[in-house]
Ligand binder design. Structure first.
Ligand SMILES: [Fe+2]
Ligand SMILES: [Fe+2]
Length: 479
């Protein structure tokens, strides 16, 4: 499959030749008003009429996919873009290795692929819902713009997945597309599919941690799907990955700026209490890390997984950078040793490689998160503060898979529930921590100014100065 040129003038900008498929075009045009309704009610509250300095994809080529201009969010061009793929693409892993890739969904994998697409799709609107009130307490215009940039791109990712559901999964796909706008983050009756996407995000440190750890799960899931034998899925996720990089940047530099500010206020005095200065203590930041990292680890699924094995065997979901990083793409040989709890003790077990695919992906994720810690620790060091942020062990505070229902210290030692409960508030951001952080949140909207608890970024967006007016308010028309 080769993607066609972008029709940016169409109601739904796309490079999938929508204008030549009247049936699909009509179906998506019917979905559009429902989507806009959802965006207006569940998207960023209170900023729908303001002009935001946003990046819009206008082409999939390197030179043109990031076009910057002022846009009102409901007018954002939610497009459908596929990365161009090789003309005669071959399957890169699993039992179908080396055969021609698929332009259509094979009947026997229809259910599995639909489930994969729906699970990915569901996370996109979920995060927009989770973040919808954050604008009310933005630390600066620069940050407000970044939040909205992420929100509109997650909206576009939903479009990308809904396009697949409508084009390749018939009536079931259309019904799934409707339901994507019906489930709601945190709703007790119709929650989003994955747990962490139902967690409220009420302060900006949570948002930055979410963009660091939870969006980073997205990077690895999308990376694994970018290998899929089903070419339209591979091409959609490849393009989504280019946008995802910015989300990770916002998260990582966001936390780093909080750390920098705190360290500045400590002025080299390790014991100085920064709550007196209205900043976030490094210990609280560590507890936020523990919370969001462990919640995000759950997203990779069970350590030992027959679903994971099937997805790999059927060439539906590969490993991260399957071609670049692995030599054997069949995965029938080899195994992985992992920690398991058996009869109350921690031991280990050897698991056949295909059954350990979730864990293989989680390994890549953990390594990547480790590099983030290194850069945050560098920020402390630069400020002359002896403090080291660490990732908790992968078994710590888990709700899915092998370690769910057991209790571990951040170092990975198996303990009983009482001991965990007694130590919990030292390890995971508590209500008290979160209320403190929330108490620091004040809305700052003067260009170039920043809330007291966060340092300014090193540079602005797209070559603009930090004090650029990234959001232009239309307060007189605000409803
Ligand atoms: Fe996304
Ligand atoms: Fe994202």
């Amino acid at each position: 499959m080769v993607a066609t040129t972008v029709d940016y003038e169409a109601r739904i900008p796309n490079n999938v030749g929508l204008s030549s498929d009247r049936r699909l075009q009509r179906a998506l045009e019917r979905w559009l008003p429902n989507y806009i309704d959802w965006w207006r009610t569940m998207g960023p509250e209170g900023f729908q009429d303001d002009n935001i300095y946003l990046r819009t994809a206008v082409s999939v080529e390197k030179s043109g996919w990031a076009h910057f201009d002022y846009v009102k969010m409901p007018d954002y061009r939610w497009g459908i873009f596929l990365n161009p793929t090789e003309e005669d693409r071959k399957i890169g892993f699993g039992d179908h290795y080396g055969k021609d890739a698929w332009d259509q969904v094979p009947g026997e994998y229809r259910n599995a692929l639909r489930r994969i697409v729906v699970t990915q799709a569901d996370t996109e609107p979920a995060s927009v819902e989770q973040q919808r009130l954050l604008g009310q307490c933005c630390p600066s215009l620069y940050d407000l713009r970044n939040l909205f940039q992420i929100n509109v791109e997650e909206g576009r990712h939903l479009w990308a997945m809904v396009y697949l559901l409508h084009s390749y999964f018939g009536r079931d796909g259309r019904e799934e597309a409707e339901e994507l706008l019906e489930r709601q983050s945190g709703d007790p009756d119709k929650p989003r599919i994955l747990n962490v996407f139902n967690e409220p995000i009420e302060d900006w440190l949570s948002f930055f941690c979410f963009a660091t750890f939870t969006d980073r799960d997205g990077k690895y899931q999308l990376g694994a799907l970018a290998e899929s034998a089903f070419t339209p899925l591979a091409a959609s996720t490849r393009f989504m990955l280019t946008e995802e990089a910015h989300h990770l940047f916002v998260g990582q530099t966001g936390v780093e700026r909080v750390i920098t500010r705190t360290c500045e206020l400590m002025k080299g005095d390790r014991d100085h209490d920064v709550t007196k200065d209205g900043a976030v203590p490094l210990e609280i930041i560590q507890r936020y890390i523990n919370r969001w990292y462990s919640l995000s680890l759950d997203l990779f699924g069970s350590e030992v997984s027959s679903n994971g094995a099937t997805f790999f065997a059927n060439s539906l979901k590969g490993r991260f950078q399957e071609q670049r990083r692995w030599d054997d793409h069949i995965g029938l040989e080899g195994s992985k040793v992992m920690d398991v709890v058996r009869e109350g003790t921690l031991t280990n077990e050897e698991v056949p490689l295909r059954n350990a695919m979730n864990e293989v992906l989680r390994d890549e994720y953990i390594k990547d998160c480790q590099t983030v810690m290194t850069s945050w620790n560098r920020a402390c060091k630069k400020a002359g503060i002896a403090f080291e942020f660490t990732l908790p062990d992968r078994k710590f505070h888990r709700h899915q898979g092998e370690y769910a229902g057991h209790f571990f210290t951040p170092e990975g030692e198996l303990i009983d529930e009482d001991r965990f409960e007694a130590k919990k508030d030292e390890w995971i951001a508590s209500d008290e921590d979160r209320n403190y952080v929330k108490s620091l949140m004040v809305q700052v909207t003067t260009p170039g100014e920043f809330a007291h608890w966060i340092a300014p970024p090193k540079r602005g967006i797209n070559g603009n100065p930090i004090e650029h007016e990234y959001v232009k308010f239309n307060r007189h028309v605000r409803d």
